[in-house]
Design a protein around this ligand. Structure first.
Ligand code: ADP
Ligand code: MG
Length: 249
């Protein structure tokens, strides 16, 4: 539903060039990952695509439409943040009040019955049990919070799905499961997804293609297999070696 084109995108914060003239072409329905160390500019690229930041230079296109000057809600993009950004004072779901899972739909003035149906469908898809509905985010585990954050972001089908390191706080065991779930969700939704992480095995396990990012630029863009087999330069090679994992290609 959305092919994303980024042309010469630049974002500066004072003297810091967070994103330096990057170009990207992401295919419709692709699972595309921005991978790189902390401070590389990954979150900034995501926020620029979401419309949460304005670029200093460059343009962004969705399906050929120039969205550079559109507001976030006009872009029909959903973003799952690193800290999940759930409403702390609201329940996971409450049929009769604003809650984390129905907030967006109530604002859109959906009928309560339609919301009920949608929420139960989404809850099932991302694995949120009904017992959790009456809890507030403070009463959820990291994994549960993550499910709610993802669930909330898919109650309406986004044009583009953006995820900023949503697995950072998960234990290794849950991680393996969640990787599969995110990948499965992507297949079900058929929505172009940009995923941000500093974790190489996560990127390798989930992505169709990866952009390895450092200091505001992309060092290499290719499939996991091709980057692993043919790292383009020392930085990419070192990044893989320091992760101390091998892959079965
Ligand atoms: P990453 O997500 O890869 O860790 P970021 O996109 O968050 O990297 O940051 C890229 C660079 O931009 C870093 O040097 C960071 O300190 C800087 N930066 C990000 N956001 C801001 C901001 N709001 N104000 C000033 N500097 C920022
Ligand atoms: Mg970040």
């Amino acid at each position: 539903m959305a092919e994303i084109l980024v042309e010469n995108l630049t974002k500066r914060y004072g003297s810091v060039v967070a994103v330096n003239q990057v170009n990207l072409s992401i295919k419709d329905k692709e699972f595309f990952t921005l991978l790189g160390p902390s401070g590389a500019g990954k979150t900034t690229v995501l926020r620029l695509i979401a419309g949460l930041e304005k670029p200093d230079e460059g343009e962004i296109f969705f399906d050929g439409e120039n969205v550079t000057n559109l507001l976030p809600n006009e872009r029909k993009v959903k973003m799952v943040f690193q800290d999940f950004a759930l409403w702390p004072h609201m329940q996971v779901y409450d049929r009769d009040r604003y809650s984390n899972l129905n907030f967006g739909l109530r604002i859109r003035k959906w009928l309560t019955e339609d919301i009920e149906q949608k929420v139960s469908e989404v809850a099932q898809k991302v694995g949120i049990k009904k017992e959790l509905f009456s809890r507030r985010p403070g009463e959820l585990s990291q994994g549960e919070k993550q499910r709610v954050a993802i669930g909330r972001s898919i109650t309406t089908t986004p044009r583009v799905f953006l995820m900023d390191d949503p697995m950072t706080n998960l234990d290794p065991q849950s991680k393996l499961k969640v990787r599969k779930e995110i990948r499965k969700l992507h297949q079900d939704l058929e929505t172009t997804t940009i995923y941000v992480t500093h974790n190489l095995p996560d990127a390798m396990a989930m992505s169709d293609r990866i952009a390895v990012m450092r200091e505001g630029v992309f060092e290499q863009i290719n499939t996991p297999k091709n980057i692993y087999r043919f790292p383009k330069n020392d930085f990419v090679r070192d990044f893989f070696e320091s992760a101390k994992v091998s892959f079965d290609f």
